[in-house]
Write a protein that binds this ligand. Structure first.
Ligand code: AHR
Length: 530
């Protein structure tokens, strides 16, 4: 039996080879793509944690985006806005990473329980941090949306003792002083913490540490920051995620090497279950692209840039394979997404940007990369959930709008915990100036009830494409689904026109057991097949 990872790699190679084969064909010859799905060769599970979110105390991400306070005229439950909760529930968000980001390495949890301390947020605009949204409010929020906690503990400016006490406060059940304090603050039962990040970008905003220095911190925090929840002792054990690389250059490969090598030779007293990776889609940090009001050239440039995720994941997975051939350690891409220039008139420290159909395509391409590497990539968190960077949701006081990226995440819900099914297809090409990209991308998965799902992305902003699908061993009887497209490369949803970019029924034809799907230009389509 070939291994699962080999099959996945095989599928990627076929796509790559076909991309090269079709590179010289004119557009008319590419408007039909043959795609075959072989459900008899299932791959790994596409972990639902691949669809995680990230909510940092940054700009309007938490305050206004989630928290309006119980006295607000914006409808809320215990201070958490109801419209946002309803929208996020529909995404079945598997986990929310909190409280940062760079913020996490300056966060002191005691200031956010009981009587709150008013502090500052020096990373993000130097504004007042009221700490009204603290531990209990976060746990209430994830409970309201039906999600789980991915906490990042403070390694940069905190201590192992502070982090250990936070986890005791959250998870212990015996009547310690901290547990009594938690009960007095309204939560007698221990909380579940399934994911724990040990620091954030410790090579940069998290303390500018060398890999060796961070490794020492990791071994100490991993040893002492314990989860005491009896329900997580034998099953559902907390996964500890170490800080990982932030790019593909030598500095980052050395980081991954150092952590993984030490892990292979670890003693009983420490362990980790995941290594994080951060990678934003940004061109020119000093003069970033605009998030709206751009043309096809910038559309193509950004999508070319985002596809570098494939190389990065491949590179760091290969290092991890050397020390962990059994793939025990997950690669968790816990910050990714587009990073553009701040929207005009906004506070530059608040990282506010618009979200267009380009971001929807970008999201689909990245999610497909993660799915094709599902044997190693078992978590990801898009940055960020609300009002910050590539957000799902934007709010303006009582108003709320869902972004094109939100719709992609909603359409991908059936892929959560689905089994990866290999697809082969001639990707074709889309060219703009000196940029050539695959015309089409696709993944398939079988959901937990056994239903087959297909995702298709048409990268080309000008030409539709027809996908002729053959499914080994299945005489297709019916298929239906949704498609997300837009008239312009920079089409967005606004508070005045919230449904400019919204899913519509997909154009699907089933005839004689064969399935044909028409993809509009610049579109993301998800269909179920039976
Ligand atoms: O997401 C914004 C910031 O980007 C995060 O705080 C930090 O981890 C990264 O550099």
């Amino acid at each position: 039996m070939p291994s699962v990872s080999r099959l996945t790699k095989c599928a990627s190679i076929i796509i790559l080879v076909s991309t090269i084969l079709f590179a010289s064909l004119p557009v008319w010859a590419q408007d039909k793509v043959q795609l075959s799905v072989d459900a008899s060769k299932p791959g790994p599970k596409i972990d639902r944690n691949l669809f995680g979110q990230f909510a940092e105390h940054l700009g309007y991400g938490v305050y206004e985006g989630i928290w309006v306070g119980p006295d607000s005229r914006i409808p809320n439950t215990r201070g958490i806005r109801n419209d946002v909760v309803a929208a996020l529930k529909a995404l079945k968000v598997p986990n929310v990473r909190w409280p940062g980001g760079c913020f996490a390495d300056e966060y002191h949890w005691r200031k956010g329980i009981g009587a709150r301390a008013v502090t500052l947020n020096p990373n993000w605009g130097g504004v007042i941090e009221p700490n009204t949204f603290g531990t209990h409010e976060f746990m209430d929020f994830i409970d309201q949306i039906g999600s789980q906690a991915y906490l990042s503990v403070n390694v940069g400016s905190g201590t192992p003792q502070e982090a250990a006490e936070w986890l005791e406060y959250l998870t212990a059940s015996q009547p310690t002083t901290l547990v009594k304090e938690r009960a007095a603050n309204g939560h007698p039962a221990p909380y579940k913490i399934p994911l724990l990040g040990i620091g954030n970008e410790s090579w940069d905003c998290g303390g500018n540490m060398t890999p060796e220095y961070y490794l020492r911190q990791l071994t100490i925090y991993s040893r002492f920051v314990r989860n005491y929840n009896p329900a997580q002792r034998d099953t559902d054990q907390m996964q500890k995620i170490a800080v990982g690389p932030g790019g593909g250059e030598a500095r980052w490969t050395e980081w991954t090497e150092t952590i993984m090598k030490a892990w292979e030779k670890r003693q009983w007293s420490w362990d980790m279950q995941g290594l994080s990776m951060h990678n934003y889609t940004v061109i020119n940090w000093g003069n970033k692209f605009a998030s709206v009001g751009f043309g096809e050239k910038e559309y193509a440039q950004i999508l070319k840039e985002t596809l570098k995720m494939e190389d990065l994941v491949t590179k760091h997975s290969a290092i991890m394979d050397k020390y962990d051939p059994q793939k025990k350690i997950a690669l968790v891409v816990d910050e990714w997404g587009s990073w553009y220039a701040p929207s005009p008139g906004s506070n530059p420290g608040f990282l506010v940007q618009q979200n267009s159909i380009r971001d929807a395509i970008l999201a689909a391409l990245n999610l497909n990369i993660f799915a094709r590497h599902a044997d190693r990539v078992r978590g990801s968190n898009i940055a960020q959930m609300i009002n910050v960077l590539q957000a799902m949701i934007m709010t303006d006081k009582e108003k709320m709008v869902l972004t094109p990226t939100y719709h992609v995440f909603k359409m991908y819900v059936p892929f959560q915990d689905a089994t990866f099914i290999p697809v082969t297809f001639n990707a074709g090409t889309y060219t703009n100036g000196d940029i050539t990209l695959p015309h089409v991308d696709a993944i398939a998965g079988k959901d937990t009830s056994g239903k087959l799902w297909l995702e298709l992305t048409n990268v080309d902003p000008n030409n539709a494409v027809e996908i002729e699908t053959s499914i080994a061993g299945l005489n297709v009887k019916s298929a239906s689904g949704e498609t997300l497209s837009a008239p312009k490369v920079d089409s967005v949803n606004t508070f005045d026109a919230p449904n400019a970019v919204t899913p519509k029924p997909a154009s699907v034809k089933v005839q004689g057991g064969k399935l044909t799907i028409k993809l509009d230009p610049k579109s993301v389509t998800v269909i179920s097949i039976s």
